[in-house]
Design a binder for this molecule. Sequence first.
Ligand code: DX5
Ligand code: ZN
Length: 228
Amino acid sequence: MGVQISPSILSADFTDLAADVARIAPAADWVHVDVMDNHFVPNLTIGLPVVERLAEVSDLPLDVHLMIADVDRWAPDYADAGAGSVTFHVEASTAPVRLARTLREHGVRAGMALRPATAIEPYADLLAELDMLLLMTVEPGFGGQAFLDLVLPKIRAARELVKGRDLDLWIQVDGGVAAETVERCAEAGADVFVAGSAVYGADDPAAAVEGLRQQAAAATAGSWWGRP
Ligand code: DX5
Ligand code: ZN
């Protein structure tokens, strides 16, 4: 699939989301939608009605990142709301394998997210149930936080698992991804890049997306895992 960029509208204008999605549409692969419930994370954003409407107006598929409790109950509704990909936090799920299968049955890509302190190894055997693994590079909850380098070995470990088992699994990074950090993520093994403040804080968000894509592609080409 190659490098994909999924700008986060957490840093967009919440009173004018349709216009801010349109600004990235020419350059981005997905729109990353951060759903927070003020319970799993200490912040509150948007829910089902807004996601349903975004799916109607967006030219890009929605990459929905659920930072909510009781996610086994709610995630399928986000699939039915028109998302293209739905990612749940493993820390919030009681039955991640069942939930991943349910999401696929509802016609979306199934994603599973890990907070920075959650190890990948206990979940190695369920990776084949997933379409995407999201490795948080900040503690979830807010945009504009500093990138956590301590997650880089986990990105590499995830890429080793994917390569070793020849899995068709995307590895997404989210949090503090910007011109200064995107290359480290790509070199370690990430192939889907979420960026909020680095895109919407730029004068030209579409150009910022293109810049990140070029940096990531070049870093991947020169990396341990991207070389042919
Ligand atoms: C944080 C969210 C991120 C956030 C990233 O919990 O999941 O998607 O928007 O924002 P930046 O790119 O500013 O770190
Ligand atoms: Zn996110």
